[in-house]
Structure formats: structure tokens, C-alpha cells
Design a protein around this ligand. Structure first.
Ligand code: 26W
Length: 813
């Protein structure tokens, strides 16, 4: 198979063919959707030959590859990414223009696949991009949710969730293959039987669903490589509904079908606090069981010796969500393929590695034994045996230290008997990694110290990264052009070359070109904000951005207190309005629908915006904008326009952060705590180009040990008191003191994430920001150095680290 010709004429004829023959419309009669679909199919066609070739080669070479198992992939729009990958952007723009169409307009038509919540899902998307760019044999496996992360709207300043029907206009990037479906079973019971004198166990499931693979192309950056993302969709089996249908109960048959198909219906919008819902466990098992079966049947060569499976594949567990894959592989090897338990366990340990993405205890998934045993009885048996053998080994090493045994057991006894999925992953994985230096250290020292002692060498670090293709080249075309002018082409897949920018930092012409790019990006942001929300960032404003999921540990409230304190300062005359550095504070954040405090904080931010933005006493020098529905598409516009990046989590709570990297790479300066990857950003850019504040992790620990009483900080700091009192007074709620009372009393009497303790230090750092921003040229210099020194945060580097330290899967040609 060959690709269509790489010319404008070739593109035009391919586009029109797709429009006419696939879409069934003429150009003049076509809708925007028709045109978008035809364009997407045209771009697809250019990738097809390479994709088929790579799929064939993968099967033929049988080189060791990565199966990335992730419940989330927050992909963002596909069209632009694939145009860039193929190098077709200019040809496509010209071709469309010759048809009287605009690429810009069609690109805006795409609804992004929001199949993830936040950092973890976006990281998976960056990683598959890098795997393809580096030419590593790999497949991303996940779930093809019908509804991705909810669409956020505000009503009276409060979050309202709308379903994200991303598939309604068609999904041109997806290739469903129902003929390759896998049967996934659930429920039932186990029984023992005699197998030539050996007693074995087997699973008699009660019901099953079909898993239909939907394939997506994952093109590398202009390297002719196309990997695969395979997402599973649940479909009722014929047997499932026919049996009931034949019994004459039509409604029951339809109900059964709905029940089965619910499994891939909707992404759980919970981030960090697992709900322990049965459907969630069904989702997890559904996709890993289908993925393992698919790999063994369709990717691995026929008749491959399974005792050597570890030479062919590493299953990377993206957090604990896919960890049920561990007992599943054991079940397949032992029960279905007749392998000896000990051999199977050795193989399994070689085939898995586990990445932990959190430090919050409440985010570590546990599944009640009752639920797991009901849904996956054979897997529970397998987990028990793994645990028995593991604890026996612990006993052998440390003696009968019952406290230690209880602490290390994969089975927790309280508050209810449950399986600790992170422990299971740690016992089974060949390696366990955290996602930034500090995080990996804390993981070893605080979260899993006994395991670190028991398994020397198992724990490692791989600092996160982001793809420079999407977050620099596509999101910031003007800066990209300037970079290419300064350091030459090719930096997109060799990001260390950004270092070359350092030698231009003393060139006044370069600095002013750089500053002009930032100004142009603010205008580009304004176009979007005006169109979607009627917002605008005024000229001369410092653009101060905090975009990320809403969570108390991330401390959006600290940013709120800074805004309120500035406002209060002007109202009370403590600050002369002329002395206020003009700022626009831009928030973007979704709250988990069940997280009441997070939703209240969203309400508060909107309420403050309504009050502050219209108050003439501020003379337009302080604005708070909160565009709803922050997503990848909006991030691509916001990040390049930012001057200041807010990374203000309590030290020791943010595993890494990846937004922090995107901002630095786009020339925003960071105001941040010593947390997650901020630590490494600061080390690289230098103290002069980073606004550090707040307690370090050991100080947090010490304060906590002494007994933290937030009200003492409130009493001792007049500015803080005035800011909190202003919120408590009802100033942002039409005089009603009850609306934000829960937020205020939480801060005063609990403040789990020590907002008040870090307030003074944060305010002082913000003063340093204001002073620095007043010297525009010096600020630009720092911004350039941020770009020049953060090439380390390319996800290509992360993937190279995974290959060296964990996977041992070199690129193939
Ligand atoms: C519903 C249960 C649950 C539990 C944990 C859902 C999601 C999680 C994730 C682990 C939360 C998450 O996205 N973690 C983020 O992962 C990013 C990529 O490594 C890091 O940059 C962020 O610091 C971390 O919060």
C-alpha cells in the first residue's frame, strides 16, 4: 500500500474523494462537520501505509515492547497533532484554501477526546507520543469511554456538570474491530478439580461481555513511525441477551444489554479519591483482561514459549487502576495455559512494572475483599496465595514481627478487609517508580519504607515530562519559529537543544522578539476567551495562571487569599491603587462532582471575580477570570500566554505536576513551593528565575508533629486576618455570611494543607514577582532562561529513562 502524493493537488483530490465517497456530499452542499471528517480521513490516509507496515513489522520482529496499561488517556485534539506528525500542515492549509475552505476553521470543529481526568491521563498521552517518536515498539491499552470527563458549566458561579458526548459527530480517528473482540468474564465461583493427581482450581464465571478493540494511530514526530492506541469498548454478547430474549422477556434482554455496555459508558470523574464503586472495578478488569488476551493472541507470535514472556513484553501499570492485571496474568498462565505456579509467578514478576502517581493516602486504591471476591473470585484466591507466599518470605527475613507483617500485608484488615492494590503492584512489579525525585524519595521513605527495605533496588525514579510537539510546537507556533531561528530545526525531538537559546539572552533584539511573541500569545488567548466566555485580558497586565484540577492540597485557596488581600488592601487604603501591579488572575479547574469543598471553592472564586472585576475602586488593575471547562484545548491557548505559573501545593503533596513543566517551557516564571517537579525546575532554571516560597517538606512534617493550629496564624497576621474576615463578612456573597462559612471555618480550624502557615511567605514572594515584573527586560531574560533550561522535561527524556531503568526495550528501526 502506498500513501497519497505529498502535494497540494494530491491532498485536494484525496480530500474531495473522502468528502464525496465517504461523506456522500458535494463540496458546495457539505457541512462543516462533513468537511472536518473528510479532512481527518485524508490525514489518516497519509498515515495508513506506515501504520499497516509498523503493525506487520511488530509481529514479524518480535522485539521486546511496552504495553502501557492506563485507564485514562487525555489526548486532546487529534487533527493538528497528526498534521504536524506527517509534516502536512502547510500542504493541507493550501489545499483547503484552494477549495475555498479554512484549515483554522475546521480545526476548531474537533471535539477533543477527554478520556482522562488530569495529570495522570495527560501523562499517558504524552508518553505514547514519545514512544512513537522514539520508535519503541509499544501499544497503549485503555478504555474507549463513550462519555469522557464532564463538560463544566457555571450557574450562578457554581459548577454544573454536563455529559461530554464527544462521539456524536463521528469519530474519524477510530478504527473499531468487532471481529477481534475478546470475551471478558465476571462473577460466578471457583471449583477445584483433579488434573492427573494434581488438585487445580478453576473459575466458573457467571456472565461475560465482549470487549471490542478500537484502534487509534499514534504517529511519531516526522519519523514515519505509527504506533497503536487500543481502547476497548464493551458490547453485550449474543449469549447474554439471547438467553433472556428467548425466555420472552424483551425488556429484561434490553436491560441486560445496557448493563453490559455500561462498563465503558463513562469515565469516573474522581481524581485522587477513589469511590470504591463496583462499576469501576468492572472497568479496570474489563480493559486489562482484554488487553492481556489481545497481546497473547494477536501480538505475540503463535506458539511462543510463555516462560520467556518477559523477553517480549513489559506491562507498565499506570498507577493502581490496572493492577488487577497481575492476578489476571497469573490466572491465564496457570489455569488456562497449565503453567506451574512458581514459574508463572517468576514470569509475572518480570512482566510488570508499576508507576505510583500520588502521595495522598486516600488516593491509594483498596478493594473490599467482599466485592473483589464476588466479581472476580478466582483472582481473589490468587491474590491470597501471592500474599501468603510474600508474607512467608517477609517472615523468613525479619522473623515473626507481627506489626511489620500486618503493615506489609497485601490484605488490610481495617476498616474492612480489603486488597491494597499499591502493595500488590509493588510485590509483583520488577520496578516501582515515582514521578519526580522528591516524590520517589518520599515514596521510599514514607509510603512504602518496609518494601524498600525488603526489595533493595526495586524502587527508582522517573521524572515526568511533556511532549514538546503538542505543548510547544503546536501550542506556541510563534515561539517555535523564534526557537528554530535561534537554534536551528530539529529541537522538537531533541529538546536539550533549547540550551542554545542561552547564548541569545544578552541580545536585546532577541529579547524584544521574545517579548513580542508573549504579547502575541496574549492576543491569541484573548481571541479565544472573547469568543467562548466574553472575557478579555487587558494590555499591560501580568497574566497570572493557576490551571489544574481543583483539590485542597493544590491550594487554589492560597491564590484566592492573595487576590482577596490585594483587594482588601485597596479598599482599606493600605495599598494605593496606583501601586497595584496590573494583573489578571486566570483560573481553570474542574472539581470532582462529589467533592463538596472543591465545588465551594469554585463558587468562591467566581464570586470574588464578580465582585472584584466590577469594582471601580480597582481601576481595572485586578481581574479574576475563570473560564469554565478547562481542558487540553484551552490549555494550549492559556499556557503560551502566561507570565506567571502558580505551582503552590503544600510541600510533599504534589507527586510531580506536569503543568509546571509546560509553563516553564513556554517562558512563564514559576511561583512555587519545593514540591514535586518544582524542585527540579528550580534547580535547572536557577533561584534567580524562580519564585520559591513556603515550607519545605521536613518543615511541614515538623509543624504537623508539633500540632498545627491554623487560628494562631490567623491571629498573628493582620493581612491574613483582614482577607479571611472579608470573605467571612459576606462581601462576596451579597452579605450572606453562610455561603462561604464552611470554607472559612475549614481554614481556621482544620486547614489540612496548611494554607495559613504558608500565607505570609506566599505574599512576600508575590511582592518579589511584582517588583520583578516592573523591569520588563529583566523579566524577559528570566523567561528566556526558563525555556532554555527546561529541555530536560521533554517526555522523550522520561521515556528514555524508562527504557534504561525499567523496560529495557530499545527503539527498533
Ligand atoms: C479515583 C482514584 C484516583 C486515584 C488517583 C484517580 C486518579 C488518581 C491519580 C493518581 C491522580 C493523578 O492524576 N495524579 C497526578 O499524576 C500526575 C502524573 O504523574 C502528576 O504530575 C501529579 O502530580 C499527580 O497528582
Amino acid at each position: 500500500m502506498t500513501s497519497p502524493p505529498l502535494t497540494v493537488d494530491g491532498f485536494v483530490s484525496e480530500f474531495l474523494l473522502n468528502l464525496n465517497f465517504d461523506g456522500g456530499v458535494s463540496l458546495s452542499e457539505s457541512s462543516t462537520n462533513d468537511r472536518y471528517l473528510a479532512l481527518a480521513c485524508t490525514v489518516r490516509d497519509y498515515l495508513m501505509a506506515r501504520w499497516l507496515e509498523d503493525l506487520r513489522k511488530q509481529k514479524e520482529d518480535q522485539a521486546k515492547g511496552v504495553c502501557y496499561l492506563s485507564a485514562e488517556y487525555l489526548l486532546g485534539r487529534q487533527l493538528d497533532n497528526n498534521l504536524l506528525a506527517t509534516g502536512l500542515s502547510e500542504i493541507a492549509a493550501e489545499a483547503l484554501e484552494s477549495c475555498g475552505l479554512s484549515l483554522d476553521q475546521l480545526r476548531e470543529h474537533e471535539i477533543e477526546p477527554g478520556l482522562g481526568n488530569g495529570g495522570l491521563g495527560r501523562l499517558a498521552a504524552c508518553f505514547i507520543d514519545s514512544l512513537a517518536t522514539l520508535g519503541v515498539p509499544s501499544i497503549g491499552y485503555g478504555i474507549r469511554y463513550e462519555y469522557g470527563i464532564f463538560r463544566q458549566t457555571f450557574e450562578d458561579g457554581q459548577q454544573v456538570e454536563q455529559p461530554d458526548a464527544w462521539l456524536t459527530l463521528g469519530s474519524p480517528w477510530e478504527f473499531p474491530h468487532p471481529e477481534r473482540s475478546q470475551l471478558v468474564s465476571f462473577g460466578g465461583r471457583t471449583e477445584t478439580y483433579d488434573d492427573d493427581g494434581v488438585t487445580r482450581s478453576r473459575w466458573i464465571p457467571a456472565w461475560n461481555v465482549n470487549a471490542i478493540p478500537c484502534n487509534y494511530m499514534v504517529p511519531g514526530f516526522q519519523n514515519g513511525r505509527v504506533n497503536t492506541l487500543r481502547l476497548w469498548r464493551a458490547k453485550a454478547t449474543d449469549a447474554f441477551d439471547l438467553r433472556i430474549f428467548n425466555s420472552g422477556d424483551y425488556e429484561e434482554a434490553v436491560r441486560a444489554q445496557t448493563f453490559a455496555e455500561n462498563i465503558s459508558k463513562v469515565l469516573y470523574p474522581e481524581d485522587s479519591t477513589p469511590q470504591g464503586k463496583e462499576l469501576r472495578l468492572q472497568q479496570q478488569y474489563f480493559f486489562v483482561a482484554a488487553s492481556i488476551a489481545d497481546f497473547l493472541e494477536n501480538v505475540l507470535a503463535d506458539g511462543y514459549d510463555l516462560t520467556r514472556l518477559g523477553d517480549r513484553v513489559i506491562f507498565q501499570l499506570n498507577d493502581t487502576h490496572p493492577v488487577i492485571a497481575v492476578p489476571e496474568l497469573m490466572r491465564v498462565l496457570v489455569d488456562d495455559r497449565g503453567m506451574e505456579w512458581d514459574t508463572a509467578w517468576e514470569v509475572t514478576q518480570q512482566c510488570f512494572a508499576y508507576t505510583c502517581h500520588t502521595l495522598l493516602p486516600e488516593a491509594l486504591e483498596v478493594w473490599p475483599v467482599e466485592l473483589l471476591g464476588r466479581l472476580l473470585p478466582r483472582h481473589l484466591e490468587i491474590i491470597y496465595r501471592i500474599n501468603d507466599e510474600f508474607l512467608a518470605a517477609v517472615r523468613e527475613r525479619f522473623g515473626d514481627d507481627e506489626l511489620r507483617i500486618r503493615n506489609m500485608s497485601i490484605i488490610a484488615e481495617h476498616p474492612e478487609r480489603s486488597v491494597r492494590m499499591a502493595y500488590l503492584a509493588t510485590v509483583a512489579g520488577s520496578k516501582v517508580n515515582g514521578v519526580a525525585e522528591l516524590h520517589s524519595q518520599l515514596l521510599r521513605d514514607k509510603v512504602l519504607p518496609d518494601f524498600d527495605e525488603f526489595y533493595p533496588g526495586k524502587f527508582t525514579n522517573v521524572t515526568n515530562g511533556v511532549t514538546p510537539r503538542r505543548f510547544l510546537r503546536l501550542a506556541n507556533p510563534e515561539l517555535s519559529a523564534l526557537i528554530t531561528e535561534a537554534v536551528g530545526s530539529g529541537w522538537e525531538s531533541d529538546l536539550d537543544r533549547l540550551r542554545g537559546l542561552e547564548e541569545h539572552v544578552d541580545d536585546a533584539g532577541f529579547r524584544s522578539a521574545f517579548a513580542e511573541v508573549k504579547a502575541a500569545n496574549k492576543r491569541r488567548l484573548n481571541e479565544v476567551l472573547r469568543a467562548r466566555d466574553g472575557f478579555e485580558v487587558a494590555d499591560g497586565h501580568l497574566v497570572d495562571v493557576m490551571v489544574k484540577r481543583l483539590h485542597e492540597y493544590k491550594r487554589q485557596l492560597l491564590k484566592v487569599l492573595h487576590v482577596v488581600s490585594s483587594y482588601e488592601g485597596v479598599l482599606s487604603g493600605r495599598i494605593a491603587v496606583e501601586d497595584l501591579q496590573p494583573r489578571t488572575v486566570l483560573f481553570g479547574a474542574k472539581a470532582a462532582p462529589g467533592y463538596a469543598m472543591a465545588k465551594r471553592i469554585i463558587h468562591l472564586i467566581n464570586a470574588i471575580g464578580s465582585t472584584v472585576n466590577d469594582d471601580p475602586r480597582l481601576q481595572g488593575r485586578l481581574k479574576v477570570l475563570f473560564p469554565p471547562n478547562y481542558n487540553v484545548t484551552l490549555a494550549e491557548r492559556v499556557i503560551p500566554a502566561a507570565d506567571l505559573s502558580e505551582q503552590i501545593s503544600l510541600a510533599g503533596k504534589e507527586a510531580s505536576g506536569t503543568g509546571n513543566m509546560k509553563f516553564a517551557l513556554n517562558g512563564a516564571l514559576t511561583i512555587g513551593t519545593d514540591d514535586g517537579a518544582n524542585v527540579e525546575i528550580r534547580e535547572l532554571v536557577g533561584d534567580d528565575n524562580f519564585f520559591l516560597f513556603g515550607m519545605a517538606e521536613p518543615e511541614v512534617e515538623a509543624l504537623s508533629a508539633r500540632g498545627y493550629r491554623p487560628s494562631e496564624f490567623y491571629q498573628a497576621d493582620e493581612d491574613l486576618r483582614r482577607a479571611i474576615d472579608l470573605i467571612a463578612s459576606g462581601a462576596f456573597s451579597g452579605g450572606d455570611r453562610t455561603v462561604f462559612e464552611p470554607v472559612v471555618s475549614n481554614l481556621l480550624y482544620e486547614d489540612r494543607f496548611m494554607v495559613l502557615a504558608d500565607f505570609a511567605s506566599y505574599m512576600a514572594a508575590q511582592e518579589r514577582v511584582d517588583a520583578a515584573y516592573a523591569d520588563e527586560d529583566a523579566w524577559t531574560r528570566s523567561a528566556i532562561l526558563n525555556v532554555a533550561r527546561t529541555g530536560f522535561f521533554s517526555s522523550d527524556r522520561s521515556i528514555t529513562d524508562y527504557i534504561d531503568r525499567i523496560w529495557h526495550t530499545p527503539p527498533t528501526s
